[in-house]
Ligand binder design. Structure first.
Ligand SMILES: Cc1cc2nc3c(=O)[nH]c(=O)nc-3n(C[C@H](O)[C@H](O)[C@H](O)COP(=O)(O)OP(=O)(O)OC[C@H]3O[C@@H](n4cnc5c(N)ncnc54)[C@H](O)[C@@H]3O)c2cc1C
Length: 431
């Protein structure tokens, strides 16, 4: 059955979330500069009570299944919630489903020992600590075969050396999940292993903070350039088996990518809503912008961009729920991932344009949204790589044409039709 309606009980929850976002979360960004910064007493006074309300409502960490203490709503319902939360970057933290912690929790849930779960997973799920995923290196991110950070077993410890680049939230994280070469002679995708590395481990240093909008002061920003110098972690901090880092990374990246896309629907919708409001508020040459056909075109194109993308996201979420197998929906997730930056970029750019000079100023959020579109085209793998993944998945299993001509070659089709209806054509005669 095809059904585009949300069941009324869940719609009530979504309506509650939307009102909570508007009334409680939106004002936060003006008084809490960084929602992960636990050293800020204002943050500590304001955020935990809001998180408690979300918990009481049963909407905390809804990406998690019941085995991890979540309600296990599934990806379609998560998509509907995330498209509300995506309007504001701070909202996922209040609802306990922010990147990269949600993906890191999945890795520990799947590959961690009981001790890892007690020490790292539970506080992460409870929102008491934050985490970081360290895979990309300064010499390359798209091609994991270029990663050289290594870990060597020395007695009861792994000793890690190397550098990582663009590790988001490292500054606020209690621990890092680090990918390092442990099997230098292994096949390309079996050379790396994954480790839990507490951030206070001696030998783990932030070389500098890296910003992402181009406007932050140099050396500041929430993405860390990290250096590991003989950093020792206990043998047991290995996550999963030796050489299993790629399998573990896929566990988090599939979910992470679709969750970003769900939130992007929310951010793009916010830009469209602002564009609509401006169009019916601002006058030029004696009439509203809304009456100008070129503005109407921007509005119509933006709605089309958004709704087509949203349907693709919801369809992919439905396929994840249906098959419970990220490998099977890899092409679908790549499609969503590669559509996402363009959709957000186009809609936010049009919304900026309709606002004129106000739109380009720091008094409106459009430049931040456009920067975010570029992030979405890089984080969790660049668009180009996802294009090729999608194309490969579409090509898989396709048979070549049996002869020189394509199977849809019109002359051959015509000859076949003439042969098929030869009796009729002979009796009645061609017209
Ligand atoms: C906001 C943000 C947050 C991030 N957070 C994290 C994090 O928490 N942890 C982490 O480990 N990493 C993180 N990253 C890094 C991200 O994973 C890398 O940026 C990404 O994998 C690309 O690697 P690179 O930046 O080294 O680009 P490169 O690998 O140097 O690629 C540069 C460009 O080359 C082109 N290209 C690459 N491969 C191909 C190909 N196969 N075919 C055609 N063209 C290609 C693309 O245009 C690509 O953008 C983050 C990045 C951003 C922007």
């Amino acid at each position: 059955m095809w059904d585009f309606e949300t069941d009324p009980d869940y719609q009530r929850e979504l309506d509650w979330a939307a009102a909570f976002l508007r009334e409680e979360i939106e004002p936060l960004q003006y008084v809490v500069p960084n929602i992960l910064d636990r050293a800020n007493p204002v943050r500590e006074a304001l955020i935990p009570p809001l998180q408690r309300q979300v918990r009481e409502r049963g909407l905390w960490a809804t990406h998690l299944g019941p085995e991890l203490g979540g309600p296990g709503h599934g990806q379609v319902k998560l998509a509907l919630l995330n498209e509300i939360l995506g309007a504001l970057p701070t909202a996922p933290v209040i609802f306990g489903c922010q990147a990269p912690d949600s993906g890191n929790a999945e890795i520990i849930a799947v590959y961690g020992t009981e001790e890892h779960k007690k020490r790292y997973l539970q506080p992460l799920l409870d929102g008491e600590i934050y985490s970081c995923f360290s895979m990309t290196e300064p010499q390359g991110g798209s091609d994991p075969q270029t990663f050289t950070t290594n870990a060597v077993l020395d007695g009861d410890d792994w000793v890690i050396n190397g550098e990582k680049w663009f590790s988001s939230n490292a500054r606020y994280a209690e621990f890092l999940i680090v990918m390092a070469v442990t099997e230098p002679d292994g096949s390309p995708y079996r050379r790396h292993s994954m480790f839990i590395v507490p951030t206070d481990t001696p030998g783990v240093d932030i070389v500098r903070g890296v910003g992402h909008t181009g406007f932050e002061p140099l050396d500041e920003g929430t993405h860390a350039y990290l250096r590991f110098t003989d950093a020792r972690v206990p043998k047991d901090n290995l996550l999963g088996g030796r050489g299993q880092a790629f399998a573990a990374a896929q566990t988090r990246l599939g979910g992470g990518r679709i969750h970003h896309a769900m939130r992007t629907v929310g951010m793009a919708r916010r830009a469209l809503d602002m564009m609509l409001e401006r169009a019916v508020s601002r006058r030029t040459q004696g009439e509203l912008l809304a009456n100008k056909q070129l503005v109407q075109e921007m509005i119509a194109e933006s709605w089309l961009d958004l709704e087509q993308f949203r349907l693709l996201v919801l369809r992919t979420a439905w396929r994840i729920d249906r098959y419970q197998d990220y490998q099977r929906v890899r092409g679908d997730i790549s499609a969503v991932k590669l559509a996402m930056p363009g959709v957000l970029h186009r809609i936010a750019s049009r919304a900026l344009q309709v606002h004129g000079s106000l739109g380009v100023s720091q008094e409106m959020p459009f430049m931040g949204m456009i920067a975010n579109a570029y992030h979405m085209g890089l984080a969790d793998g660049p668009t180009e790589v996802h294009k090729t993944t999608l194309a490969r998945s579409l090509l898989r299993g396709v048979e070549p044409a049996p002869g020189l001509w394509p199977t849809q070659h019109i002359p051959a089709k015509r000859d076949a039709a003439l042969a098929k209806y030869a009796d009729v054509l002979t009796t009645v005669g061609p017209r």
